[in-house]
Design a protein around this ligand. Structure first.
Ligand code: UGA
Length: 423
């Protein structure tokens, strides 16, 4: 098939590269010339495991990027993969989705082919029907039955996005009719995963609900973890036992400093806002955010309890990314922790395997080290903020500390006798 993907960010780029891997001819359309140049030079503008290999394999043959929408009329399917960042009130900003829809519509004006526009961006229920379809049809000067539309949410974790695309748990396709759903399903041929066909709004809601439920599992584990901490119980042992119940499942039960990233906080806030606008009081979702916002303060509180007055002390922070395997620091739980430490007069030495440059943009004055050992040398305390697997191997590096107080967010270290925010 010929596929266009509008938006060359995490979702768009991974989706495009993986569709090329499945044998399709794929064009990425992005308004950033630097990003387009980098993709065409086979260099991913973001760090994502396995992505560079895919670009090397397919750019120049069946994958390309461009700033022009001219590829769209030549393709069968166009995926909208642009960002839906939060508005100041927490609702989703849909301006990029609307602009992309208009641009797609305008280049399809003269096209006689039956084209299907697929929304992959995370959008509030009703967006495809009320914003995308009218904008595309208006610009294309076409009627409802001359074009197809679908909503196909993504469930890609950053850092594992390629793997998640190739091995999905399910492929959700929301559409108005079977014909459009079948066209989208064709694009995924070759993957072994169940398809779920729904209406447009249900597909949109599935995405918000999935992210909100996963975020709820984490906040729930953190709340249990906070209780366990006071009772002297190991929450990781508890959640292992709890997760062995098939009705509950073992994933997303790891307590720590809370969830970050560009998705969970944004999507839970957007769902809260949506609920409020229709007169619902989303008590549980609000608590999910509440627990999450308080968690970073707890790790600083614990540090204070262990080493006393923080002013003038040197603290090592291991891990800056919002999770392992990414250089993304958006909503990273290290940010509020660093802010609070700086306010308390702490001198920070930080180390992340790949996210030092990203965090440098937010905190240019703290010291970034190229190894964990350098960050730990002479430190009077250490906070492990990201679950990087390489931290598992740290042992004698901790002997370099002036005072061996080590507190973890998620449990990752293998040294004995460690303490965590929740255990
Ligand atoms: C999340 C979802 O997992 C994807 O399915 C979804 O497609 C994506 O959002 C999106 O909406 O685009 P992502 O934000 O990349 O993916 O990261 P996750 O692996 O889900 O982790 C999110 C946060 O939760 C991280 O800060 C992580 O450290 C934290 N977490 C995760 C925990 O604190 N405990 C856990 O047990 C699991």
């Amino acid at each position: 098939m010929k596929i266009s993907v509008v938006g060359g960010g995490y979702v768009g780029l991974v989706t495009a590269a993986c569709f090329a891997e499945l044998g399709h001819d794929v064009s990425i359309i992005d308004h950033g010339p630097a990003k387009v140049k980098s993709i065409n030079a086979k260099k991913p503008p973001i760090y994502e495991e396995g992505l560079e290999e895919l670009l090397k394999r397919h750019v120049g043959t069946r994958l390309r990027a461009s700033t022009s929408y001219d590829f769209i009329p030549l393709s069968d399917l166009t995926f909208i993969c642009v960002g839906t960042p939060p508005n100041p009130d927490g609702s989703a900003d849909l301006s990029k989705v609307e602009a992309a829809s208009r641009s797609i519509g305008s280049v399809l004006k003269k096209s006689g082919n039956y084209h299907v526009v697929v929304v992959k961006s995370t959008v509030p229920p009703g967006t495809t029907q009320k914003i995308v379809i009218p904008a595309v049809l208006h610009e294309a000067e076409k009627s409802e039955d001359e074009m197809g539309f679908a909503m196909n949410p993504e469930f890609l974790r950053e850092g594992h996005a390629v793997e998640d695309f190739i091995h999905p748990d399910r492929i959700v396709i929301g559409s108005r009719n079977l014909r459009d759903a079948a066209r989208v399903a064709n694009a995924y041929q070759g993957l072994s995963a169940p398809f779920l066909r729904t209406g447009l709004t249900a597909a949109e809601m599935i995405k918000y609900t999935s992210n909100s439920f996963l975020a709820t599992k984490i906040s729930f584990s953190n709340e249990i973890g906070n209780i366990c901490k006071k009772l002297g119980i190991d929450v990781y042992e508890v959640m292992k036992g709890v997760g062995m119940d098939r009705r509950i499942g073992p994933s997303f039960l790891d307590a720590g400093a809370g969830f970050g990233g560009s998705c969970f906080p944004k999507d839970v806030h957007a769902l809260i806002k949506l609920a409020e606008t229709i007169g619902e009081d989303p008590i549980l979702l609000r608590s999910v955010i509440d627990v999450n916002e308080k968690q970073p303060g707890r790790i600083v509180q614990l540090l204070r309890a262990r080493i006393g007055e923080l002013k003038g002390k040197r603290i090592a922070i291991l891990g800056l990314a919002f999770k392992d395997n990414t250089d993304d620091v958006r909503e990273s739980r290290s940010i509020p922790v660093i802010e609070e430490l700086l306010e308390s007069g702490v001198v920070i030495t930080a180390y992340d395997p790949i996210a030092n440059p990203s965090m440098h943009k937010i905190f240019p004055t703290i010291t970034y080290c190229s190894t964990a050992a350098d960050a730990l040398r002479g430190a009077e305390g250490c906070l492990v903020m990201t679950e990087w697997p390489e931290f598992e191997d740290l042992k004698e590096e901790f002997d370099l500390m002036a005072n061996k107080v080590i507190i973890e967010g998620r449990r990752i270290l293998s040294i004995k006798g460690g303490e965590g925010i929740c255990w």
